[in-house]
Ligand binder design. Structure first.
Ligand SMILES: *Cc1c(COP(=O)(O)O)cnc(C)c1O
Length: 380
């Protein structure tokens, strides 16, 4: 699904030097490299504050702690996402409220958000699934109207742009009150281990969060709030700082691969290619920057998706089903509040979706082999 080795060979020297410098300086925790990476990421994103932390799940949890959400507060998020999003809501004793998604872009459904709002609702967590933003314009409107926080789960869309109706652009993760991202190795900006970060333009919130990631300390050995220990290792910061200047070209490679996949499947009516929902029109244009294809996800209509997965595995082609079970059907998150009729799209998508290999090193021969194998299977 990913080819981290191929990507490494291209940046080996700069990564090795960067890591060696950290080792020479022995500043393994909160060293200068972490600060440098933080500054460089702030510049890249055009956001006032980046607070590095240990992983993307922590980033989400800390964002919610920073906003002062309290047990019983309802937090609306998508039913079709990775479990980390809902896990931290539950872990903080907040009440997760899962809602359905759109079939076109797999992102949270605006009308479903509106229906789920109660007097207890305190926040919305849009997940920019597979690499493109949820409908942030509408989400910000709803949040303003109901006085809610917006926490972006940006683990899958770092570097993507969101274009507002007036033409203004902003980077994914910098649009709501706070954004959270992951530097898990397979993410678009991946470390060589775990890592994560929180983004915000709110300086008071940034201050609060900087204390929370460090045991609730704002002054050494004064613990003003209950915090956590969540740090980005200096060695991981060295890797990330070496890769950050390449992020745009990495995302371009992914978009090129997506364009070739789309082209190959154009005439296959049982195979629905990913739709772009904001900023870019209907097709992936040359200058497209609204979708960074963390995953390239097809919908298989009127054909056996599971048999296709098996067939691809037999042919040595990796593929993934993200995600096979709706969160509202997971044992940990099932709740009598939920009705199956409220999740028609997620319930369908879990049976239709298949994600193909997507990374910065895909070449034409690989794409040909993958697409031909799928088309032959579909045409039976
Ligand atoms: C990867 C991911 C996370 C969690 O990130 P970790 O760094 O693995 O903790 C959260 N949300 C989504 C949507 C993700 O894809």
């Amino acid at each position: 699904m990913v080819d981290l080795k191929g990507q490494y060979s291209d940046i080996k020297d700069v990564v090795s030097t960067s890591i060696e410098n950290v080792i020479e300086n022995t500043a393994f925790i909160n060293g200068p490299k972490v600060h440098e990476f933080q500054k460089n990421l702030e510049d890249y994103l055009g956001v006032k504050h980046v607070i590095p932390c240990a992983n993307g799940t922590d980033a989400l949890q800390i964002a919610m702690m920073g906003l002062g959400l309290k047990p019983g507060d309802e937090v609306i998020t998508a039913d079709f996402t990775f479990a980390a999003t809902v896990e931290v809501i539950a872990l903080l004793n907040l009440t997760p409220v899962l809602v359905d998604v759109n079939e076109d872009d797999f992102n949270i459904d605006i009308e479903a958000i509106k229906r789920a709002i109660t007097p207890k609702t305190k926040a919305i967590v849009p997940v920019h699934l597979f690499g493109q933003c949820a409908n942030m314009e509408e989400i910000l409107n709803i949040a303003k109207e109901h006085n809610l926080f917006v926490i972006e789960d940006n683990a899958q869309a770092i570097g993507a742009n969101y274009t507002f109706k007036d033409g203004k652009k902003a980077k994914a993760g910098t649009i709501g009150n706070v954004g959270a991202t992951s530097f898990f190795p397979s993410k678009n900006l991946g470390a060589y281990g775990d890592g994560g970060a929180i983004f915000t333009n709110d300086s008071d919130l940034a201050h609060t969060i900087r204390g929370i990631v460090n045991h609730g300390m704002y002054e050494r050995y004064h613990h003003d709030v209950v915090g956590v220990n969540s740090r980005l290792d200096s060695i991981q910061a060295a890797v990330l700082d070496a890769k950050l200047p390449k992020l745009d070209s990495y995302n371009k490679s992914r978009q090129n691969a997506a364009r070739k996949y789309n082209e190959a499947f154009k005439a296959i009516k049982n195979v629905l290619t990913p739709k772009l929902s904001n900023g870019c029109g209907k097709n992936i244009c040359e200058t497209c920057d609204c979708h960074v294809f963390h995953q390239y996800t097809l919908r298989i209509k009127d054909a056996d998706r599971d048999a296709l997965v098996k067939h691809l595995n037999e042919k040595g082609i990796p593929c993934g089903v993200y995600y096979p079970i709706p969160l509202h059907s997971q044992k940990a998150y099932a709740d009598e509040r939920y009705n199956e009729e409220d999740f028609p799209i997620t319930n369908r998508l879990v049976k239709e979706v298949i994600s193909l290999p997507m990374h910065t090193e895909l070449d034409d021969d690989q794409i040909d082999f993958i697409t031909t194998t799928i088309i032959n299977f579909i045409n039976g």
